[in-house]
Design a protein around this ligand. Sequence first.
Ligand SMILES: [Zn+2]
Length: 141
Amino acid sequence: MGISKIAYSPNGLVHFSVGAIIQKEGKYLLLDRANVPEGFAGVAGHVEVGESAEQAIIREVKEEVGLDVRGCKPVFEETLYGSWCKRGIQNHHWQVFECEVKGQEKKNKESKSIGWYSPSEINKLNLEPSWVIILKKLEII
Ligand SMILES: [Zn+2]
C-alpha cells in the first residue's frame, strides 16, 4: 500500500479518491465494503503519490475485483465532505470513471461481497454515502 496523495484546504486535509462505474447489460458492479465507510459502493480507492487518477483506477479495479480496465472516461469530479476513511481523513476529492473491463470478477478481503445490481436493486441497498451522491449525479438512481 503506497502513500495517499493529500492536499490542504480551508475545510481540512483532502484525500484524492477514484471510483469506477462498471456496467454490464444494465447492471452495475458494486461491492459491500468491509472497511469504513461501510455500505455498498463501486470500486474505489485513494490516488497515491506519483500516480495519476487513471493509473489509480486501473490499479484499484484490478486489486479489488480482479478485472482489467481496457478503457475509461471521466464522468464525475467533485470534493465530497464528511465520509471518514480508514486513514482518518474526512474530505475526498473524487474522480469517477466509466470503465470498460475484461475478465472475470472476483472479490478480495476489502469486500464482504460483490455483485451486479440493476438501478432498482441499487435503490434498496444500504449505499456508502458518497456513492448515493455519485450515483444520483450520474442519474443511475
Ligand atoms: Zn481517505
